[in-house]
Design a protein around this ligand. Structure first.
Ligand SMILES: *[C@@H]1O[C@H](CO)[C@@H](O)[C@H](O)[C@H]1NC(C)=O
Ligand SMILES: *[C@@H]1O[C@H](CO)[C@@H](O)[C@H](O)[C@H]1NC(C)=O
Ligand SMILES: *[C@@H]1O[C@H](CO)[C@@H](O)[C@H](O)[C@H]1NC(C)=O
Length: 808
């Protein structure tokens, strides 16, 4: 017996995570999970070609240019499964041989990986590839439906990495190519290079770049309306070994650096080097005390007024013991403040030839080191960086690091996610029906999902997660076209195209409004959830309620039809019901009482199981989905079943006594199934009956019974095991007491004693830890919200019934 119990506890341990996370994690869970087989996305790959990691959107040409290993494709930007043209750029045998002589793998490293694709003009692109550890660039044109490489074979050193596995970044500004990569075969000489008529680069000094990993570059046109005549800038994000922290080991930190577009280098000091290279540490702290998080990808959400532009950055932990990644946002103006007004760090020698970096407190030379040429400099007769005095240049050559770190816009992360690491991010700016503009983040993960998340006035909400690929493979590149309303995601095996929103997935008004998807609104006259961009006019016939989440304006839905089920005595009866939101819980009711899992009923994610049915089980069962939004609970009737004894057709209803008389009442009940905030009492029942052949599920649930009896024990164990894993950070004022209460509610739920309604206290996850545990039992990709005990149960049949706890 104890063996059986142990077995079922084990079983309990396996299924409980799913149940838990479906319960009370609030906003930490994406509201919907769209699995691969439902995603309906367009896809492109060519047989025999891998590493689709470079993309260039040419909205002007209606093309998506895609760089892969030894191939470049021109795809229809509206439908990437349509390939318009392709160009192949293979390594020559000679190059490949040279590469292998140098100790590199012929089929892996000694191939040509396309890493750079930039727009030159309307017809021409600039392309670079690693070309068997011998980076090479070329011009490529698209005309008459043909993609052709010009065969110019320009030197690509410093523009494109040698090593196909090395991160790097580049940017075309006008005719100048800015690139951040290694300039040598060994990958040991990092540079930030501008290839132009006047080429500039960084110093080879570890105080400038210390084993960096370059991540992202972008341009900000800061000269526009600049009162002090400032210059445009290029920002670069990377991680590198810290020099400012004393640490027993190499400590990696995240950085933002910038250079001025008009920089021409110095005359004697810093000749042909940046005079405006400044860097600062990027701060993005995870809740658990840990080493600094490492920046993995960045996206600049541009605003007409550049001061309001915001960088969104994805961070992952430095130590492999943590499974939390985060998104932090930084305003361009906050970064500018640090560079323009902040203090510098300076090295001081402490004894034993050891150098320590401390805040520089002395007087700064004039003009300010690292500043672009601005009105102040011009008024001193310096109109180019070549005119800057040696004092200023020597200062910046030796002290490129700012003392202060750049803090996130919101003080801390916008989103913290457990489980599969976040890899890439793009952000769209959506103007909703309330006239406000919301940034919607699309974040790729290591296991091939995209998380779609919005921040509503400090409250993080994950609208949905979409599984992009059939296999769990990391998202390597993300591009977003606002005008097309499409997202493009590349991996090693192919590219998918995903609409930014698929409103038709929200089938009811309540689902549409509760989704809080700023792209979608319920169109009352059409009776469907539609993209707001396709709606003719924003009239009163459209419902969207992003911040308040008020569904009271939704029309009453059609009542749910009652399904008849035959009750076979002493059998187990399965009544299916699945909520359409990960944030919802299910509540089953039978003749005015709420059901709980006990030795009579078993409630699981896909329905209700009535064990060893007896005559008294005949009657009406309703399944409602309770979804908590902003502290309110919305109830929707998902299914209604009428059970009547199989053996005596027609007589069944009388057996259930009171239920019979209430049937007629119910059939005239026209109130819609709970569209108003539900108070947890009565579920109005629908009028219609749709008779069809009842179904008796002859499941062998012996082990389910056993599991139920052992549940409380398993729950107890499991409770302690999981309590650390499912926490959602509370809004600032939320007390630990309420957290405690929530936890005990979860616990009690396992013990099958409390009413589910009590589990849903008002709480807002802010910021949110989206649980995305990717454990061995996570058999449906990300979807920890699903679990299917039925299969497990039936696979363990053949055991006898246990009626009584005393038997154990
Ligand atoms: C290219 O894709 C192959 C196949 O998945 C993978 O093994 C390899 O590591 C990838 N190479 C790079 C440079 O990403
Ligand atoms: C585009 O740029 C290429 C390379 O610089 C040049 O040869 C070509 O004439 C340009 N075409 C147009 C239409 O400007
Ligand atoms: C099922 O219920 C009946 C009474 O309704 C009882 O006699 C029987 O022992 C039960 N069977 C099991 C296996 O629990």
């Amino acid at each position: 017996m104890s063996l059986l119990c142990a077995l079922s506890i084990l079983y309990g341990l396996m299924v409980l995570p799913f149940q838990f996370s479906a319960l009370n994690t609030g906003y930490c869970v994406p509201r919907k999970t769209v699995p691969y087989y439902q995603n309906g996305l367009r896809f492109f790959r060519e047989e025999g070609i891998w590493n689709y990691s470079t993309m260039l959107m040419r909205e002007d040409l209606d093309l998506l240019l895609l760089g892969a290993r030894e191939a470049i494709y021109a795809l229809d930007i509206n439908d990437i499964s349509i390939r318009k043209a392709a160009a192949y750029w293979r390594v020559t045998e000679e190059k490949q041989r040279e590469c292998t002589y140098k100790g590199k793998h012929a089929e892996v490293e000694c191939r040509n990986y396309i890493r750079t694709l930039h727009t030159v003009n309307t017809t021409t692109m600039y392309v670079c590839g690693t070309n068997a550890f011998s980076p090479t660039c070329d011009y490529m044109t698209f005309s008459d439906g043909q993609l052709s490489l010009e065969g110019k074979q320009e030197e690509g050193k410093g523009k494109c990495p040698f090593d196909p596995f090395q991160r790097y970044s580049s940017l075309m500004v006008g005719n100048d190519l800015y690139s951040a990569t290694s300039i040598n075969f060994l990958g040991s000489e990092p540079v930030i290079l501008r290839s132009s008529a006047l080429a500039l680069r960084t110093e080879f000094k570890s105080s400038w770049l210390n084993e960096p990993n370059f991540v992202y570059m972008d341009f900000v046109g800061e000269s526009v309306d600049s009162p002090d005549g400032d210059d445009d800038k290029v920002y670069l994000f990377f991680s590198e070994n810290a020099m400012e922290f004393e640490f027993y080991n190499k400590l990696v930190v995240s950085r933002v650096a910038r250079v001025c577009k008009g920089d021409m280098g110095g005359q004697r000091t810093l000749q042909r080097k940046w005079t405006s290279f400044l860097k600062a540490r990027l701060d993005c702290s995870l809740p658990e005390p840990s080493l600094p998080a490492i920046v993995q990808d960045v996206f600049l959400l541009k605003h007409q007024d550049w001061r309001k532009s915001v960088f969104y950055a994805v961070f992952t932990p430095q130590s492999s013991s943590s499974d939390m990644s985060a998104v932090c946002a930084y305003s361009v103006s906050a970064i500018g403040d640090i560079f323009n007004e902040g203090k510098f760090k300076t090295p001081v020698a402490v004894e034993t030839s050891h150098v320590k970096w401390v805040m520089y407190t002395g007087e700064l030379p004039v003009p300010r080191p690292g500043a672009c040429i601005n009105n102040a400099a011009r008024s001193m007769g310096m109109s180019r960086s070549l005119d800057l005095p040696d004092k200023t240049l020597q200062f910046i050559r030796d002290r490129p690091l700012m003392d202060e770190a750049v803090r996130p816009l919101t003080g801390g992360p916008l989103l913290i996610k457990k489980g599969a690491m976040l890899t890439r991010i793009v952000v769209d700016s959506v103007t909703a029906l309330d006239g406000e503009t919301y940034p919607v983040m699309f974040i790729g993960t290591e296991n091939g999902y995209v998380q779609k998340a919005v921040n509503y006035a400090g409250e993080m909400f994950i609208i949905e997660e979409i599984q992009l690929y059939e296999n769990s493979e990391p998202v390597r590149v993300l591009r977003l076209s606002s005008s097309k309303g499409q997202l493009y995601a590349g991996s090693e095996f192919g590219v998918v195209q995903m609409p930014l929103s698929n409103c038709s997935r929200y089938e009811t008004c309540a689902d549409c409004v509760l989704s809080r998807d700023p792209y979608c609104a319920w169109d009352i006259s059409a009776g469907q959830c539609s993209l707001i961009s396709t709606l003719a006019s924003f009239s009163h016939t459209v419902i969207q309620s992003l911040k308040e989440v008020n569904i009271s304006q939704c029309p009453q839905p059609d009542p749910v039809a009652t399904v008849d089920f035959a009750l076979v005595l002493e059998n187990n009866i399965q009544l299916p019901c699945q909520p359409d939101s990960n944030l919802a819980q299910v509540r089953w009711r039978f003749s005015d009482q709420t059901l709980h899992s006990d030795n009579k009923y078993y409630i699981y994610s896909e329905g209700l199981l009535i064990l060893n049915a007896s005559e008294s089980d005949a009657g009406l069962y309703t399944c409602a989905s309770l979804e908590q939004v902003k502290g309110r609970i919305y109830s929707r009737t998902m299914a209604v079943y009428r059970l009547h004894p199989h053996t005596e057709p027609g007589v069944g209803d009388s057996n259930t006594g009171g239920d019979n008389s209430s049937d007629s009442t119910h059939s005239h009940h026209t109130a819609a199934p709970g569209l108003i905030p539900d108070l947890g009492d009565e579920d109005p029942l629908p009028p219609e009956n749709q008779s069809f052949e009842g179904r008796v599920v002859g499941l062998k649930v012996t082990v389910a019974l056993l599991a139920l009896l052992c549940f409380s024990l398993a729950g107890l164990l499991f409770w302690n095991f999981t309590r650390g894993h499912f926490e959602c950070l509370q809004a600032s004022q939320s007390s630990s007491e309420s957290k405690e209460r929530r936890h005990s509610a979860e616990y009690v739920h396992i013990q099958n004693r409390t009413s589910e309604i009590k589990l849903l206290g008002p709480e807002a996850g802010r910021p949110c830890i989206a649980n995305n545990n990717h454990s061995a039992v996570d058999f449906k990709g990300n979807g920890e919200h699903h679990f299917t005990p039925m299969a497990n149960i039936s696979s363990l049949d053949g055991l006898g019934y246990i009626n009584d706890e005393s038997e154990i």
